[in-house]
Design a protein around this ligand. Structure first.
Ligand code: GAP
Length: 458
């Protein structure tokens, strides 16, 4: 039997252990959509919480926002997305699949000068580079929808392709209600939708995904220094979530590949098992968006700087992070196989603040009522102490429970045994605290358990 690739193992673990399922699976799925199960939503919520704490609650100059996904279509005309948010696509005449032309060319699958259909079971010749570019059609990636009843009166609009749109149209609202001084940012976490031509690589390229974005408004004179500051912030974030620095690389996006709104973009790429690809992006959007919205809406979006007496349109630095790509990168970086006590095991080496379960509490044996009752008490104590997510587990033997918790990345397990109950008087009211990465167990006093866990969580 062929060995499974690392990616196949991760996708398998995600389904088996309740992280991520195929979207609409019982109906055969829907390409480019994924559903997060109980552990996946916990991981994603922990990512979002950490980001919000760091960049909104942790700063004086960033304001939160939660704008509607469905916006007046005029906003997407002004932003240039209705006309220009498109990728070039070619169709394979044999299997009917559509591919992004640039991806076909980058695939390097060439035979006798012809690029081949990337579908493994097809591999039909699609043509030379020149022929591909000639056949290629521009495909707008925004999902359309209609708002209102009645075919004639309904308005056709779009599901937002980036959360940024909602931020730009609320810039003046935030300015007028919160009176921030430049530089300041508006941050938003939310869904974005793109009708990707070829969704691929699990969560990497989906049609529905989440973004965490900040539009940081500045005086244009400072754009270079602010760009550097946010570049450092991006690296700080990457370190804080525990992604190995050696797996993240900056890519200066060439001028010809810049998005229509950007004067400079750096991509932060990650070494996924399927290759190096974009994790996050950071762009200098100039005043492209505010200028376009001011012109299209007729609303004055200038800023008056009281200190200098200047009036101008702020420029924007935009750090843009995908939640799903963060989850994927974390799963890929933390997936570890090793052996412990002569047994092979799989574990997720997730940072304790991101792991879906922080502590699992076990009674050594499930059929001893005193052990179960004491373990339940400790479980209640830890839940009350708010040391992250706590679960109670009495299924199977302790060895199996450790393996199960390792596989979902639980950093600590607490076991209540007969010594806890006083079989060894000197060990009464102590439990074992096991570390996921080393498998080492220490005996700790129940009174000190929450303090110990809190200190490890910092
Ligand atoms: N507002 C700027 C913007 O949207 P982008 O590079 O198109 O820029 C930003 O997207 C981030 O959103 C990406 O770096 C990635 O993390 C995430 N992202 C974009 N398209 C995605 C997709 N189809 N599936 C999953 N995540 C995606």
């Amino acid at each position: 039997m062929q060995e499974m690739t690392k990616m196949e193992k991760i996708v398998g673990l995600c389904k088996r252990r309740g992280f991520v399922y195929q979207g609409s699976e019982i109906y055969g799925g829907l390409a480019g959509t994924w559903d997060y199960g109980p552990l996946g939503v916990a991981l994603k919520n922990n990512i979002k919480k950490l980001w919000w704490e760091r960049f909104v609650l942790g700063r004086e100059d960033v304001y939160g926002l939660d704008a509607a996904i469905i916006m007046n279509p005029a906003a997407w005309v002004a932003s240039g997305h209705a006309q220009g948010f498109a990728d070039p696509a070619v169709q394979c005449k044999k299997c009917g699949a559509y591919w992004r032309t640039d991806h076909v060319i980058a695939s390097q699958l060439v035979e006798e000068g012809n690029y081949l259909c990337p579908l493994g079971s097809c591999r039909t010749a699609l043509g030379t580079e020149e022929e591909l570019n000639k056949q290629s059609k521009s495909f707008n990636m925004m999902f359309t929808t209609s708002v209102g009843a009645g075919e004639e009166s309904a308005i056709k609009t779009y599901l937002r392709p980036e959360t940024a749109g909602g931020i730009f149209v609320n810039y003046k609202n935030v300015l007028d209600s919160m009176h921030p001084k430049l530089p300041f940012g508006i941050a938003q976490i939310g869904k974005a939708f793109r009708n990707e031509i070829a969704p691929r690589d699990f969560l990497f390229r989906a049609r529905e995904f989440e973004q965490m974005e900040i539009e940081y408004f500045i005086n244009p004179k400072t754009w270079e220094t602010t760009f550097e500051e946010w570049r450092e912030e991006m690296h700080g974030w990457i370190k804080a979530i525990g992604l190995p620095v050696s797996m993240v690389h900056e890519l200066e996006v060439p001028k010809e590949d810049l998005a229509h709104y950007s004067r400079r973009t750096i991509d932060f790429e990650f070494d996924y098992p399927f290759g190096r690809s974009e994790l996050y992006g950071m762009a200098y959007r100039t005043d492209f968006d505010l200028a376009s919205h001011a012109q299209a809406s007729g609303v004055d979006l200038t800023y008056f700087d009281e200190a200098t007496g200047e009036r101008f349109l702020p420029h924007v630095i935009e750090p843009s992070l995908g939640v799903d790509r963060t989850a994927l990168a974390l799963l890929c970086a933390s997936y570890t196989e090793d052996s412990m006590n002569e047994d092979s095991r799989v574990f997720l080496k997730l940072s304790p603040r991101l792991a879906p379960v922080t502590v699992a509490v076990f009674p050594l044996l499930r059929n001893k009522t005193e052990l179960v009752a004491r373990a339940r008490e400790i479980y209640a104590l830890l839940r009350q102490a708010q040391v992250g997510a706590v679960v109670f587990d009495d299924n199977g033997n302790v060895g199996k429970r450790y393996r199960r918790q390792d596989e979902i990345g639980t950093p600590w397990c607490v076991t209540v045994d007969f010594d806890t109950l006083g079989e060894k008087p000197e060990a009464r009211d102590t439990v074992t605290l096991r570390d996921r990465d080393t498998g080492k167990q220490e005996r700790v006093n129940i009174n000190e358990l929450t303090d110990i866990l809190e200190s490890k969580l910092v």
